[in-house]
Design a protein around this ligand. Structure first.
Ligand SMILES: N[C@@H](CCC(=O)N[C@@H](CS)C(=O)NCC(=O)O)C(=O)O
Length: 207
């Protein structure tokens, strides 16, 4: 398999983390989205949305959307339960993540680091912080009485949410009052095979 990715990306990190924890070997290609490489014809042929991550499977299939990739990688493993309702709860968290975390916590983090990427207004930031804290409130309430997001075990839902929540502070969020979310983050970080967002885990030297 080959992962097309940008190392700073939390969406890419979700996939890297699952690959590492499941022990998959893969090759890694950096797509420089800051210099428009995601808009190149060669990359658009892999993902017409012009976004990383894209996982190229061994038969040449291009799989896009981080959570679809996460689902494909984890299905049939301990990270994706067989129980129908638990699976639905995992999808529920994946949808929640796309609406309330990726384009909110992920965006603030990206724009703090690369402010030149797009113009923003004060109203944008206010909106992101309002939505982001609301999402963190939801997670805090859910995690108050449970260790993991779904069922009794670490799952694809935890990997999915961890992608951007583990680095929420980089986007300017203060998690001091989110005790359960911080406890959960520490628990996820302690799972076997955990890698940091700064690690690719790939077999090759990133190109
Ligand atoms: N819903 C997509 C979002 C992917 C996404 O936003 N990718 C960003 C980097 S994190 C990207 O490639 N941006 C480049 C661009 O939009 O030009 C997913 O979860 O994979």
């Amino acid at each position: 398999m080959r992962l097309f990715d940008f190392p700073f990306s939390g969406n890419g990190y979700k996939v890297r983390l699952a690959l590492a924890q499941l022990g998959f070997e893969f090759e890694y290609t950096v797509v420089d989205l800051l210099n428009g490489e995601t808009a190149s014809p060669a990359f658009l042929a892999k993902n017409p949305m012009g976004q990383i991550p894209v996982l190229e499977l061994d038969d040449g299939t291009m799989l896009r959307e981080s959570n679809a990739i996460l689902f494909w990688l984890t299905d049939g493993t301990s990270l994706m339960p067989n129980d129908r309702l638990l699976r639905a709860h995992i999808v529920q968290w994946m949808c929640f993540e796309q609406s309330n975390i990726d384009k909110v916590l992920g965006r603030t983090r990206f724009l703090k680091r690369y402010p030149e990427f797009m113009p923003t207004t004060r109203a944008d930031w206010e909106q992101w912080y309002t939505t982001g804290y609301r999402a963190l409130d939801v997670m805090e309430a859910e995690l108050r009485d449970r260790q993991f997001l779904v069922g009794e075990h670490y799952s694809a839902a935890d990997i999915c949410l961890y992608g951007y929540v583990h680095c929420a502070e980089d986007g300017g969020f203060d998690l001091a009052r989110y005790h359960s979310v911080r406890r959960w983050r520490a628990l996820v970080k302690g799972q076997p095979g955990h890698v940091l967002i700064t690690e690719t885990g790939a077999a090759n030297r990133p190109s």
